[in-house]
Design a protein around this ligand. Structure first.
Ligand code: PEP
Length: 254
């Protein structure tokens, strides 16, 4: 049984004060929802304060990025070792990192390895752009992203994949549950070829792209979808709580 995971990607939003306020708004109710792993991914600067705030709760923290080197002359970067004491998860290869910061599959692969080496759990994002989708190239694109990002990764323990079609991120134009499930099945099949069937069956694969409280159940109900990476809606305590609650209820009926 794969435990569903709902992760909130706050992106470059919230000051430390705003982050604390947002967590305080959801903390008691979020904490008591069970059967779902709940992960908040605030900006780096809020991780330490939120770690204190969520101490003793069932809520977990993730970072939104890292650099693959342990330390050194890499001005402005954050290393896996620095994050290892602050959070459990780390988003890697988000489409905004690929698009605005030119991250390649090879670089993303190094980041995945570096995260796993210090015991961080990567949430590896993959997904096709609109023109690739329209050209019928979705499978080719996501499998190539997986191939390059996992080239040196021998064991997937701790890793989660988030399938996020780029055309659905922040656009309000989500995929349908059926579309997402279909691509996620292809991804799982590809993972079973790269590794083996049991690795593929135990790997969590999330959907991400304009998930809200109104459409989240459509995704969570799909047999192959193990949760969601939520952007915009994770900045709204009510919506995020509702998404997690619905996920918990659906998972209990499985
Ligand atoms: C994301 O940031 O990963 C994301 C899916 O954003 P949104 O939910 O806003 O589309």
């Amino acid at each position: 049984m794969r435990v569903p995971l709902i992760a909130g990607n706050w992106k470059m939003n919230t000051t430390v004060g705003e982050a604390i306020k947002l967590v305080k708004e959801m903390l008691p109710r979020l904490d008591e929802i069970d059967g779902v792993e709940k992960v908040l991914c605030p900006p780096f600067v809020s991780l330490a304060a939120l770690k204190e705030l969520i101490k003793g709760s069932s809520i977990k923290l993730g970072a939104q990025n890292l650099y693959f080197e342990e330390k050194g002359a890499y001005t402005g970067e954050i290393s896996p070792l620095m994050l290892a004491n602050l959070c459990e998860f780390v988003i890697i290869g988000h489409s905004e990192r690929r698009q605005y910061f030119g991250e390649s599959g090879e670089l993303i692969g190094k980041k995945v390895l570096a995260a796993l080496k210090v015991g961080l759990k990567p949430i590896l994002c993959i997904g096709e752009r609109l023109e690739e989708n329209e050209a019928g190239r979705t499978e080719e694109v996501v499998t190539e992203q997986l191939r390059s990002s996992l080239a040196e990764v021998k064991k997937l323990d701790g890793l989660t994949i988030a399938y996020e079609p780029v055309w659905a991120i922040g656009t309000g134009k989500a995929a349908t549950g059926g579309q997402a499930n279909e691509t996620i099945s292809l991804i799982r099949h590809f993972i079973s070829q790269l590794y083996n069937r049991s690795v593929a069956q135990s790997l969590r694969i999330l959907y991400g792209g304009s998930v809200t409280a109104s459409n989240s159940s459509e995704f969570i109900k799909q047999p192959g979808i193990d949760g969601a990476l939520v952007g915009g809606a994770s900045l709204d305590a009510k919506q995020f709580l509702s998404i997690v609650k619905q996920t918990s209820e659906i998972s209990q009926t499985r």
